[in-house]
Ligand binder design. Structure first.
Ligand code: NAD
Length: 502
């Protein structure tokens, strides 16, 4: 396409609709302003219909003593536009500051972190030239709830929270994403052979929802072997959906082995708002030199265009970017002798993409995006009707103690005295290993003990009052109890791990 035809086409496209979609953007720190400038120039030239509003985040805001790194007034813009294109920020060192990303994700309920990890061989070096994986990571739950306690001298605890609505949202998002993006398989990874209740729920919900998408293949892998296979043969994977922690780790591995950490985009999607950003940081050492690669932010902007259903423009920008890669116009971080033809700066790269708007790549596969405004999961969460258990029965309690006065046998003997006809001592574990009754002398014990009390006639209900009375007797015997965790059956199914850990 000649420049004239391109210009006419773009003008025509701009004139097609005057409705610009409001988008909030932030320039961030370090290389943030220069890559944002490059990206915005490409978006403007592409005919994307955007009404841009700027907010301030990062260093300048932290410097004012605002520990969240975002001004109160910025939330109004984010809530109104519901779309956030964000440059990286420099995270302040030292205590007292909050992670801006975590704050934005949690405040706006951005539950899905979507990270395409694509190889662009031979233009970007990778050992996995066929890799094209999308990691869909749950973004709000799991060990990231930030509920941590020091319970004893020796033991810290972090609560892992997995909820059914959280699993349903992320798993459904992954299948909807697969369906809307011509993907054929969704793989789930958990560690449910060990964490049977938490990861077990994620896996169970995955199986339930997978059954609704008969045209999409699905499978489940234990996350350790899954991660190993991803690192070895990523071309066997398509979409991968994971709980938060595993997703955090695997998405970095996937971006790294695709060879494109500097190019990798991400989207954080919620029911109401969405945030789009490159996965790299603010690279302060190269800031202001016009050498940073704007590609990660540009591909994030492409994801944003798809999200706001400007799919044709998204494809135009993405294909122009692929063509730029192929033509060998590379920023310093991508530059390879023999493969690259011109070393370009941030602005030069942006100009090169603009010059190629309307062109398709020749050897890399051109992208096309399906318009999916009518089925967008992010605006239409199809959560299932909540079905509370018909019968929830309280059948026991795990009492956690801080104790270091002797051997497990002695603790068992003393605690048995605290039991009565409603609640008798069933077992004691230390770090999940049973130490009473019939513990092994070799077992290493800390000062943290989980003591399980249940009704002597197994399965018989107890009352909250029974637990309070038990705790009163334990306290009267001089024990330091840290917490009590109720043991309940839900419609006859135990809602607690049965025995010792594995
Ligand atoms: P970084 O990603 O900024 O830099 C790592 C390396 O990659 C550096 O050598 C850098 O020069 C290079 N690099 C990164 N992006 C590049 C680009 N677009 N073009 C060319 N080279 C690029 O990681 P870091 O050095 O660990 O972190 C720097 C700062 O960024 C820290 O304050 C960190 O907390 C912050 N950070 C912010 C975000 C975010 O805002 N989402 C994410 C990660 C790190």
């Amino acid at each position: 396409m000649t420049t004239d035809t391109l210009a006419t086409t773009l003008e025509h496209r701009k004139a097609e609709s005057s409705i610009a979609v409001p988008v909030t953007y932030a320039q961030g720190d370090g290389i943030g302003p220069e890559i944002m400038e490059g990206v915005l120039s490409i978006l403007q030239a592409s005919g994307a219909k955007l009404a841009l509003e700027e907010i301030k985040i990062g260093q300048s805001v932290y410097d004012k003593g605002i520990t969240a790194g975002i001004e109160e007034s910025a939330w109004e813009s984010l809530r109104r536009t519901r779309v956030f294109l964000k440059s990286p920020i420099t995270t302040p060192q030292g205590g007292g500051f909050k992670s801006l990303n975590v704050t934005v994700r949690k405040t706006l309920g951005l539950y899905a972190n979507v990270r395409p990890c694509v190889a662009y061989a031979p233009f970007v070096h990778t050992r996995h030239p066929k890799m094209n994986v999308v990691i869909v990571r749950e973004n709000e739950e799991d060990l990231y709830a930030g509920i941590e306690h020091r319970q004893t001298d020796e033991v810290m605890q972090c609560l892992k929270l997995i909820t059914r609505p959280g699993c349903e949202r992320i798993v459904r998002y992954a299948f909807e994403y697969a369906q809307n993006n011509h993907r054929s398989k969704v793989t789930c990874m958990t560690k449910d052979n060990i964490m049977k209740l938490t990861d077990g729920l994620f896996h169970k919900v995955f199986d339930e929802i997978a059954a609704e998408y008969s045209d999409i293949e699905n499978d489940h892998l234990i996350v350790d072997i899954g991660a190993a296979r991803l690192a070895d043969t990523p071309e066997h994977f398509d979409v991968i959906v994971l709980p938060n922690l595993y997703g955090d780790i695997l998405s970095d591995i996937a971006a790294q082995i695709a060879g494109s950490v500097g190019l990798a985009p991400s989207a954080n999607i919620g029911d109401h708002e969405a945030m789009f950003e490159a996965i790299h940081g603010s690279a302060p050492s190269i800031a202001g030199h016009n050498i940073a690669n704007p590609s990660g932010l540009l591909l994030s902007a492409v994801m944003m265009l798809v999200h706001i259903n400007q799919t044709d423009v998204a494809a135009t920008v993405h294909n122009a970017w692929l063509r730029t890669l192929e033509d060998g116009l590379h920023t310093a971080d991508m530059f390879t002798e023999g493969m690259s033809t011109h070393r370009v700066g941030t602005r030069g790269f942006a100009r090169a993409v603009i010059e190629r708007l309307g062109e398709l790549p020749k050897s890399l596969k051109p992208v096309r995006y399906r318009s999916y405004s009518s089925q967008n999961t992010s605006s239409q969460p199809r959560l299932w009707e909540r079905k509370p258990a018909l019968k929830k029965e309280l059948v026991g309690v795990d009492v956690f103690l801080h104790w270091r006065e002797g051997l497990p046998e002695s603790l068992g003997t003393q605690l048995k005295q605290c039991g009565n006809n409603s609640l008798g001592l069933l077992m004691i574990t230390n770090r999940g290993v049973k130490v009473w009754p019939e513990g092994f002398p070799e077992t290493f014990c800390t000062d943290h003990w989980r003591c399980r009390f249940m009704h002597p006639a197994k399965g018989t209900n107890i009352s909250h009052r029974d637990i309070i009375d038990l705790l009163t007797r334990i306290e009267a015997s001089g024990f330091d109890f840290i917490k009590a965790e109720n043991l309940c059956n839900f419609d006859g199914v135990p809602g607690y791990a049965l025995g010792q850990g594995q």
